[in-house]
Write a protein that binds this ligand. Structure first.
Ligand SMILES: NC(=O)c1ccc[n+]([C@@H]2O[C@H](COP(=O)([O-])OP(=O)(O)OC[C@H]3O[C@@H](n4cnc5c(N)ncnc54)[C@H](OP(=O)(O)O)[C@@H]3O)[C@@H](O)[C@H]2O)c1
Length: 337
């Protein structure tokens, strides 16, 4: 077992994009464990757009990561030593691992056992069978509630949450339109993931594409992006449409925009009697036991295809996170240690 614990600490709050001044790599001793504690070796780290919001000045649904603190992140780890009946050596556990090789699990910092399903990569518990799948499920089934034949639009559709959300809406019998950057991602949506149409928002004619793909208007918006894309979708919402406000990634590298940017056509929501609901997946965590088996069932039946982009190497973390903002990932972005 290595005797060094590599950790990325937050050194400086970024004024825009994360860069090489944002984090500092330190090497510390592997922590000792006491009674009732277990030592966990991190194996996979989840990279999420919200990680960027956690290192800004402005508190979100969690307090900002403090300067000098290890970067917060969800991850999967393996129990490598245990003085607790709750953790078995060799067991795979999930929780807030942070950007570090080792951490201590205890009653005050618990990690959850990960169900082991044959033929499933552990990384899926960070994606379609983890927070990503839960987020897509809540947005589609609790808020969007598409009826068969209705038109659902999903932005950042080739990403982690979007790719699952669109496929769940298809399972419900909706007509699904995905918005993504580039012809390759659009082809993935229609040719492999069963979306009915795709809009390439990087093409000059994207507004016309959206109009053509939603000729009967839009009944459900699964909103991941915000700004101009959200406004264009809002303009096409039908009477009694639903908006599952999941994320606003286009503003995350600008702390002020992330909390304050609103749609210029807000009044359209009133005229169309739209139901808009923001949601945070952490509030629904207690339902994982009921929802994850359903998602696993759809994966086993081939109705849900889990997409992921795997980056290898702990040291890649500070660079890999910007892949989310540059559209370099397809499906869930994870780092394998
Ligand atoms: N509410 C919750 O509890 C919750 C939970 C998880 C995630 N989320 C939100 O869901 C959204 C998607 O998250 P994810 O984890 O699934 O990440 P993701 O979609 O896998 O990755 C981000 C994707 O967003 C697109 N993107 C980045 N910047 C953009 C911009 N300026 N304009 C348009 N598209 C842009 C890129 O795809 P293209 O190549 O298509 O540009 C990129 O691949 C985020 O807004 C996130 O904050 C919310």
């Amino acid at each position: 077992m290595p005797n060094v614990n590599r950790r990325f600490l937050l050194r400086e709050r970024p004024a825009g994009r994360i860069d090489d001044r944002t984090f500092e790599l330190v090497e510390e001793a592997v922590p000792e464990i006491g009674d009732g504690e277990a030592l966990v070796r991190t194996r996979w780290i989840s990279l999420d757009p919200t990680n960027r919001t956690w290192i800004g000045e402005i508190p979100t649904y969690l307090p900002p990561v403090a300067i000098g603190e290890v970067m917060r992140a969800g991850g999967l780890g393996e129990v490598v030593a245990s003085n607790s009946p709750n953790y078995r050596v060799g067991q795979l556990v999930w929780g807030l691992t942070g950007w570090q090789d080792y951490l201590v699990a205890s009653a005050s910092a618990p990690m959850m056992a990960v169900p082991e399903i044959a033929d499933v990569s552990p990384s899926l518990y960070l994606g379609a069978l983890g927070m990503t799948g839960l987020t897509a499920y809540v947005g589609i089934f609790d808020i969007g509630r598409p009826k068969p034949g209705e038109t659902v639009v999903v932005s950042a559709a080739a990403g982690a949450v979007g790719s699952v959300a669109g496929q769940l809406a298809k399972i419900e019998g909706a007509r699904v339109v995905g918005i993504a950057g580039g012809a390759k991602k659009c082809a993935l949506l229609t040719d492999e993931l069963g979306f009915d149409a795709a809009v390439d928002y990087k093409a000059a004619d994207w507004r016309e594409q959206l109009k053509a793909a939603t000729a009967d208007g839009i009944d459900v918006d699964f909103e991941n992006v915000g700004a101009e894309i959200m406004e264009a979708v809002f303009s096409r919402l039908n009477v009694r449409a639903r908006v599952a406000l999941c994320g606003l990634i286009s503003g995350y590298n600008d702390d002020a925009a992330a909390v304050s940017a609103g749609p210029r056509n807000f009044g359209h929501l009133l005229v169309q009697r739209v139901h808009l609901e923001g949601f945070i997946v952490l509030d629904h965590f207690g339902r994982a036991g009921e929802i994850v088996p359903q998602l696993a069932g759809w994966i086993a039946e081939g109705k849900l295809k889990a997409q992921e982009t795997v980056v290898e190497g702990f040291e890649q973390l500070p660079v890999a996170i910007n892949m989310l903002f540059d559209g370099e990932n397809t499906g869930k972005l994870v780092v394998k240690l």
